[in-house]
Design a protein around this ligand. Structure first.
Ligand SMILES: [Cu+2]
Length: 455
């Protein structure tokens, strides 16, 4: 558990003990170390993707405990309590973000991260965000989707004066909504430099049915010209596509227990809409940027269009073991255009020869710090076929360069099948799931949270 996470939970438990008398429930909701209890509870459930009317209501007083969202490759923003106010410190600043093992960009973000760290609160809480501008120009923060007083809306010149470089500004409001919101700069170019983060408001009364896993993904696109590290924010075409600021295959897979209910929250801050597709499972759309959707509106689907400035929340029953893809289905978002690495290939794809393409791949292999895995086989007469090559030679297996506990057990060269806006939900049976959690914990990193009680 990282320091950030630990602080978050300590505060949460403290809040529960000190103000709400829910210590037991809170600590129960944050434990993943009791797989037997979790298993018993989960086996006793009969989830339908449309909901579950079997469960009895709990928590007669105060807000229900909640399962924090996990955004792979992003941290939570820590907070402290000032009386009944949850106080966050948010710093806008230039950041370096490694979007691929061999590609680091100069983005702008918050608290050293791009996208910014996740703010998690509960419906009904009062929050104070002490904001500091360490950018070389003025900025402000808009609380996207939140119903706040006009002076908290964060629009320069309309609801406040721009916050000058070096200046601080304090936002404070009560969150009366529940749902998936975000914070972002209200300058268009700053948005395209990456200035966005999750603002999750957990409901006062638990959603029914509740999710066992809660994951978040921020969709972003970048135009980074050859041999450059600074995104071109006025470009209309994008060559790098990221989830949570990381491009596939570097994105940390999401791990779910077989038989659990999984929630995915997806938000989009870019110039394109992204149809996000889940393999092998149907999901239901349970929420938008406006909060929870009534159960009567849920219907089965497996692709959800996440438009610019929208949030989409989907849930599914993880009934099938396997490593299931979650990806944007726009073909050009299923890859990155490595024009700075492949040099002339981008322009000569249609009439290049395999020898030339291979030579380029060799150049590429030498220019990046990973062992290049051999591409898929091609036919002997490939060169005589108009249109060749298409996907041939594009694969870049880099299993070792992106290895982490969450990738353990994936088939050799798995990373060659993943590019751009792609990640995995790995649905693991109990034994493998518990081993995986142990493996993640032993690295000292924050583990992905699991709901382990029946509220
Ligand atoms: Cu897309």
């Amino acid at each position: 558990m990282s320091g950030t996470r630990r602080r978050f939970f300590q505060d949460t438990v403290f809040l529960g003990a000190g103000f709400l008398g829910l210590t037991e429930a809170f600590s129960g909701s944050t434990q993943v170390s009791d797989p037997q209890t979790a298993r018993a509870i989960e086996q006793g459930r009969h989830h339908s993707p449309y909901g579950n009317h079997m469960k009895k209501d709990v928590a007669p007083r105060g807000p229900d405990p909640f399962l924090p969202m996990t955004a792979p490759d992003l941290e939570d923003l820590p907070h402290e309590m000032d009386g009944g106010v949850k106080v966050f410190r948010l710093v806008a600043e230039p950041v370096k973000r490694k979007i691929a093992p061999f590609k680091t960009i100069d983005a702008w973000g918050y608290n050293g991260s791009c996208p910014g760290p996740t703010i998690q609160v509960q419906q009904g809480e009062r929050v104070r965000i002490i904001f500091e501008n360490k950018l070389p120009e003025a900025t402000s923060i808009h609380w996207h989707g939140l119903e706040v007083p006009i002076e908290q809306d964060g629009v320069p010149w309309i609801s406040q004066k721009p916050i000058a470089p070096g200046e601080k500004y304090v936002y404070e409001f009560t969150v009366h909504q529940e749902g998936t919101f975000f914070y972002h700069s209200h300058g268009a170019m700053q948005e395209m430099m990456g200035m966005i983060g999750f603002f999750v408001a957990h409901p006062e009364k638990s959603y029914k049915p509740h999710a066992d896993h809660d994951f978040g993904m921020i969709l972003q696109e970048w135009a980074v010209l050859p041999n450059n590290t600074v995104p071109n924010t006025s470009a209309m075409e994008y060559n790098w596509l990221t989830f949570n600021g990381v491009s596939a295959p570097g994105i940390t897979p999401m791990i779910a227990r077989l038989g659990s209910r999984v929630r995915l929250r997806i938000i989009n801050m870019g110039m394109d809409h992204h149809p996000i597709h889940l393999h092998g499972n149907q999901f239901v759309l349970t929420g938008t940027e406006g909060g929870r959707a009534p159960e009567s509106t849920w219907y089965p689907m497996n692709t959800v269009l996440v438009g610019v400035a929208q949030a989409r929340v989907v849930e599914f029953e993880a009934k099938y073991p396997g490593s299931w893809m979650v990806h944007c289905h726009l073909p050009h978002h299923m890859m990155n255009n490595m024009m700075d690495l492949l040099r002339d290939r981008a322009m000569e794809t249609a009439n290049t020869t395999d020898q030339k393409a291979l030579a380029q791949m060799e150049t590429l292999a030498k220019s990046v710090p990973f062992e290049h895995v051999h591409p898929s086989p091609i036919a002997a007469n490939a060169n005589s076929v108009p249109g060749f090559p298409q996907d041939a030679f594009m694969e870049m297996g880099m299993d070792d360069a992106v290895e982490k506990p969450e990738t353990h057990g994936l088939p050799p060269n798995w990373s060659a099948g993943m590019m751009g806006m792609m990640t995995l939900v790995r649905v693991l049976p109990d034994k493998e799931y518990d081993e995986m959690m142990h493996r993640i914990k032993s690295t000292g990193r924050a583990e992905q949270k699991e709901h382990t009680h029946g509220s």
